[in-house]
Design a protein around this ligand. Structure first.
Ligand SMILES: Cc1cc2nc3c(=O)[nH]c(=O)nc-3n(C[C@H](O)[C@H](O)[C@H](O)COP(=O)(O)OP(=O)(O)OC[C@H]3O[C@@H](n4cnc5c(N)ncnc54)[C@H](O)[C@@H]3O)c2cc1C
Length: 307
């Protein structure tokens, strides 16, 4: 029986692990991999104390910090199911590729983040990895001097278009709404680019090609269809929490995010959550702060169990 199981080992999970190690808890970190969305964050200029850096550097430092306390996350493990036992402890099942793994624990911190939302249009699945991508930071450089489209009107869509502005020959920025929903500084940069063509109030309805993507179809606000030729489609239309393994008792909001209070407690005693999987702002500084907060709450919970 563990005191604590931390699921995920990125900003929130590593931070929770550092605190748990320093409090000498009997705990484990299990995770699919250790980079998370931090490693995909490209250039990062808002993680306090770091100035201008990259997501990869930050994620490496998180793991080095864990290693300082001899904490080595169990990687390659996808948690698939958690059930709350009658005595308030948790039974956890994970898929480790070739075998199933199980854990019993008195408390849990879920830090499993989010994954990109899909468009759900014909051609999207067929051309995934063949021109359709959900990570501009990872795949953008493959589209040097090509014509591409970014779909999305929030910060991540704006950042994608701006990154492709430096790489591609032309960038269509297809936004479902009339206005962008991102930071003014990014909107301003987009409006000053002569390579980015903004297509407002446009709904992407199909992605087509033969072996690779060769174009997409969008509908304007009158419902009229337009075809554009692009070799790359970058989808940035929001995120979906990685929550499929949660016990059914844990409260989620309408977006599937875990509802936590200011101590990162959920409605289930002993079950805590931190980072992007929760109903908080999705930023590295916030995820790492919440990881620390959840670990301290877990310590308090465990102390009360023993008292
Ligand atoms: C393109 C991009 C740019 C960004 N830029 C910035 C920026 O400039 N500044 C900023 O502050 N933030 C930025 N962000 C947001 C930032 O990356 C997130 O806020 C941060 O990664 C959240 O950390 P996390 O620990 O909650 O989740 P993640 O980093 O996503 O980590 C989730 C962890 O959970 C594991 N996991 C998931 N499901 C399971 C499961 N079922 N079982 C076991 N393990 C699981 C994963 O392997 C991973 O280790 C950006 C994000 C993106 C995508």
């Amino acid at each position: 029986m563990l005191d604590l199981l931390i699921i995920g080992s990125s900003a929130a999970g590593a931070s929770a692990g550092i605190y748990a190690a320093r409090r000498h808890l009997n705990f484990k970190i299990v995770t699919i991999e250790t980079g998370g969305e931090v490693a995909l964050s490209g250039e990062v200029g808002n993680f306090p104390g770091w100035g201008e850096t990259t997501g990869i550097s930050i994620s490496q430092k998180f793991q080095e910090h864990l290693a300082l306390y001899d904490v080595k996350p169990d990687t390659g493990v996808r948690i698939t199911r958690i059930t709350v036992q009658d005595d308030g402890t948790f039974s956890v099942i994970g898929d480790a590729g070739d075998k199933e793994v199980t854990f019993r624990t008195k408390s849990i911190i879920a830090t499993t983040g989010v994954h990109p939302r899909k468009l759900g249009v014909p051609g999207e699945d067929e051309f995934k990895g063949k021109g359709v991508t959900y990570c501009t930071t990872c795949d953008g450089p493959l589209f040097r001097d090509k014509v591409v489209a970014t779909i999305g009107g929030g910060n991540s869509g704006l950042e994608s278009a701006l990154m492709m502005n430096e790489i591609a020959s032309k960038v269509y920025l297809i936004n479902k709404y009339a206005e962008f929903k991102g930071e003014p500084i990014l909107i301003d940069k987009v409006s000053r680019s002569d390579k980015i063509e903004v297509v407002p109030e446009a709904l992407t309805s199909e992605i087509f090609g033969s072996e690779f993507v060769s174009g997409l179809v969008y509908k304007d606000k009158e419902g009229k269809e337009h075809k554009i030729e692009v070799q790359g489609v970058f989808v940035h239309i929001g995120v979906v929490p990685n929550n499929e393994f949660l016990p059914e008792e844990v409260e989620k909001n309408e977006f599937g995010e875990v509802v936590v209070d200011k101590y990162c407690k959920t409605n289930v005693p002993g079950f805590f959550a931190a980072g992007d999987v929760t109903d908080a702002y999705k930023q590295i500084a916030i995820a790492s702060g919440q990881g620390a907060c959840a670990a301290l709450s877990a310590v308090e919970y465990l102390n009360k169990l023993e008292a």
